[in-house]
Design a protein around this ligand. Structure first.
Ligand SMILES: Nc1ncnc2c1ncn2[C@@H]1O[C@H](COP(=O)(O)OP(=O)(O)O)[C@@H](O)[C@H]1O
Ligand SMILES: [Mg+2]
Length: 254
């Protein structure tokens, strides 16, 4: 079972867009993925096309607050994959467990007990903060996918994130397999190429060959509760995420 946390402490870099379209592409490839929305903003849940009313009690907050088993919180999306959605209620988890060192292990235990047998890849959309929720995601995962948008501040932030993961690895005495994917790549801007080259120089093969271009379809599909394959299957955005998913599958990352 591959458990992949999609994480970057910076917002707006394409974490949710990457989760949505990676999960959709894995579903099309018959891999039966499960998405966990671990961002209280619930953007992935919104983009997955679930009807609002069905979400309230069956969400990630019910797992963390009321210890409802994960398997009972799964929703089927119209596109055919499964998700445990997030609501604003999830923002209370940090305050609830902030000082409890055991709290960071809840998701790891929950996955091992309830979802491990399915063998499905599990993709976690993280929030842009390293609090209790993200620690849960990082402890539960064996891989970290880091979207980096093709701008200077984002590139700068990835170095800090890499150092933080190294510290965590030493503390936990285990490795996170990681990949960096450059998102929001504007092929008309030299800056985009410069940033990609700099990341390549520093992180080598950890940087995915596939770059995700800045495109209208990727920005618009969530508004309609659709992934890019359902919204605009012929678009460059669909082609990019298909290529990325193939690259990640071929290298055994997912
Ligand atoms: N490749 C892309 N092309 C165009 N818009 C994008 C692309 N990736 C993300 N966006 C848009 O940028 C915003 C932030 O992306 P999002 O995936 O929500 O980032 P994060 O989850 O890291 O905060 C959203 O409005 C999203 O639709
Ligand atoms: Mg997000």
């Amino acid at each position: 079972m591959a458990v992949i946390a999609v994480f970057n402490q910076k917002g707006g870099v394409g974490k949710t867009t990457t989760c949505l379209n990676l999960v959709a592409a894995l579903s099309i490839a018959q891999r039966h993925p499960i998405a966990l929305d671990m961002d209280p903003q619930g953007h992935l849940s919104l983009a997955s096309g679930l009807k609002n009313g069905t979400v309230q009690s069956k969400s990630m907050a019910a797992f963390f607050k009321d210890k409802v088993p994960l398997a009972q919180l799964l929703h089927d999306t119209p596109a055919g994959w499964q998700i445990i959605p997030a609501t604003l209620e999830l923002s209370k988890i940090d305050a609830l467990y902030g000082s409890d060192p055991q709290a960071a292990k809840m998701l790891k235990q929950g996955l091992a007990e309830e979802l491990a047998l399915t063998g499905a890849p599990i993709i976690i959309d993280c929030c842009p903060m390293l609090g209790v929720l993200t620690l849960n995601a990082l402890l539960a995962c064996d891989r970290v996918l880091i979207p980096v948008s093709a701008d200077f501040l984002s590139q700068h932030g990835v170095n800090r994130l890499d150092s933080a993961l190294n510290v965590l690895e030493r503390k936990l005495q285990r490795k996170f397999e990681r990949r960096i994917v450059v998102t929001r790549f504007d092929s008309r801007r030299k800056l985009s190429y410069d940033i990609y080259d700099k990341l390549k120089q520093r992180y080598g093969d950890l940087v995915c060959k596939t770059r995700i271009g800045e495109t209208v379809a990727l920005a618009t599909s969530p508004m309609h509760g659709l992934d890019v394959f359902a919204f605009a299957p012929q678009s460059p955005g669909a082609a990019d995420y298909k290529l990325l998913t193939m690259e990640l599958m071929e290298s055994g990352f997912v």
